[in-house]
Structures are given as C-alpha cells and as structure tokens.
Design a protein around this ligand. Structure first.
Ligand code: DGY
Length: 320
C-alpha cells in the first residue's frame, strides 16, 4: 500500500507507517501542490496524508475516489469538503485530543503577551527605541482575578480555562452548545449566552472549529458589545473573526487588544495594520507546533491510515 503526504511528516508517524509495510511518498518542496499535481500524485497512491496545502474539494475527490482514506494531520477539518467526501464514500480522519495542551499554551501565551504588550516592547528594543521611560509609560493590564470567557469549551478550551484558573484565579465563563459539567464542577465555570460572553469577558478566547455557523461570528456587532478593556484571543481558525472589523475595533478603542495564532488569509501579509499595534500579538499558526504534539499527531494520522488499509474501524472518523 502507498501513501502520499502533502508535507514532510514527523518521524514517529513515518516510522509507524513504514513498519506496517506502507510506502510513503512525501512532498518535499516548500510550496503547496497545485490541484493538478495533487491529483496526479494521488492517482498513484492508496491514501492521502494531508498535512497542509490547498483545500481538498469535491473536484479533487471526484478524481480520487479510489483513496481508502484522507488522513488529516490536524484536529480541524475545515480544509476538507467533508460533505462531499461523505457523499462520495471517501473516509476522512483527524487527530483529536493530543494537541489540546500545546494549543492552549499558545492561547495562554498570547493572552499574557497582549496584556503586557510583549511583542511591541520586543520590537522597540530591536528598533533601538528602548529610550527614556517614565512611571506612566509602557503600561499593560493585569490578568489576575479577571474574567476569562471561553467560546467553545471542548478539549482545548478546557485546558486554557484550567491554566487561567490555576495560574491567575480567573473567573471562568463559557458559551457552548452543551453544558460542560466537569468545567462547572472543577473550575467553577459558569455557562452564559453569547451576548453574556461578549459583555462580561475581560479576556475572550475562541476555541471552536470553523463552520458555517461560526464563520465571522466575531464581527463589528460582536466587538461593539465587548468591554473597551477586553482582549480577544483566537488560536482556533482565522475565519471565525472578521479581520477588517477587528482592526477597526482596535483602532477605535472599542476593544483593548488581540492575540492571534490564526489569521484570514494565512499567511498574514507583512503590511497588515495589526502588526503595528502595541496591543496586538500575532503568531503564524503554531498552536500544535511542538516536537511532542506533532509526533503524537503523526502517530494518530498513521494509525488511521493503517486501520483503513487493514479494513478495520477508523479510530478518528470525521464523516457524518
Ligand atoms: C489543527 O490541528 O487543527 C491545528 O490548527 C493545526 O492545523
């Protein structure tokens, strides 16, 4: 059996596949495959290990119906037209669970970085602007005891809430379709409406997936309801906030700051006004980028492929 990987994949997943006798071809060029190239490579392989690139759409799937599985090296699956995959009988899998800590760490890092304008101060030093200081200059805001609002209290949101509760005694509120009884019991979290989340959060951290329902949910209307002192954090998907509205809300002081590990589009272009704002911190979508987590993700992606080749139930299907 042969697998085509859209990127060079971490060692552990690669070894697992090779030990199972699978031949792995990895795309080593530092650019995305064109749709035609991807189809041409997949024609000759039995599974696709998708670790980044252009969206996997219906047109691709119609050419590659022979694939036994499209195994994603991610928990998010907004880059695949899952509806089309399901209709065409193509199994799609993801890598849930193992990236919760690493991704929550990035949300936590962004929260602190924004509250103390850390990226901005770093840039001042690089630009030889340390200069003269006064007691009223360079002030950030403190996190201790403030209210953290979580939008989407799944695995990652839970870890973020726990980190914030344990480290800073933050009050946790959350907005989620279902109640999260564990969070209510262990973190004294309180479920609120979306309106309530916007109005009460000092830090509002997004941890949902990107769907038609969540797309651009954070727009002018939402930012207008937030506190002028609020920090907005998005380590989920860039498409969940409207970037133009976010820029305007920050420029007009309708919210205080923003920490983004995800942007729309990605990569963010260098001239983006967000990059010049003292209370903004941007990272290039590195939520799950640790040695430990990427190895764990690659193991799961490999296990999904091996199960598909062996005709066994897939450990992590995302088709509905
Ligand atoms: C995920 O797994 O969805 C991360 O955001 C990496 O893409």
């Amino acid at each position: 059996m042969k697998v085509f990987a859209t990127r060079v994949i971490p060692e552990e997943g690669l070894k697992l596949l090779q030990r199972a006798g699978v031949i792995v071809t990895q795309w080593t060029e530092l650019r995305d495959l064109t749709p035609e190239e991807l189809i041409a490579h997949c024609k000759d392989h039995d599974a696709l290990l998708y670790a980044g690139g252009r969206k996997i759409d219906r047109a691709f799937m119609e050419h590659c119906r022979h694939l036994k599985v499209i195994s994603l090296l991610s928990v998010g699956y907004d880059n695949v037209d899952v509806k089309a995959a399901t209709e065409l009988g193509l199994p799609v899998t993801n890598t849930p669970g193992v990236l919760s800590s690493a991704t929550a760490d990035i949300a936590f890092l962004l929260m602190l970085a924004v509250s103390r304008k850390a990226f901005y101060h770093h840039k001042r030093i690089i630009n030889d602007e340390w200069g003269f200081s006064t007691p009223t200059a360079n002030l950030g805001i403190e996190i201790e005891g403030k209210t953290l609002g979580i939008w989407g209290l799944g695995n990652i949101g839970y870890v973020m809430a726990k980190r914030c509760r344990d480290a800073f005694g933050m009050k946790i509120i959350y907005c989620n379709r279902e109640r999260n009884e564990a969070a209510e019991k262990e973190l004294q979290a309180v479920q609120v409406s979306f309106e309530g989340l916007l109005q009460q959060s000092d830090v509002l951290s997004v941890h949902t997936s990107l769907t038609a329902e969540t797309k651009e949910k954070f727009n002018k209307e939402a930012f207008d309801k937030m506190k002028p002192t609020a920090i907005f954090i998005n380590a989920a998907r860039g498409g969940i906030h409207n970037e133009t509205d976010l820029i305007a809300a920050l420029q007009q002081g309708r919210i205080w700051g923003a920490g983004l590990d995800v942007t729309n589009p990605e990569p963010m272009q260098p001239g983006n006004p967000l990059l010049d704002m003292p209370t903004v911190a941007v990272l290039p979508h590195i939520g799950s980028a640790t040695v430990e987590t990427r190895n764990a993700m690659s193991r799961i992606a490999a296990q999904n492929i091996i199960a598909a080749f062996e005709g066994k139930p897939l450990p992590n299907p995302v088709n509905h």
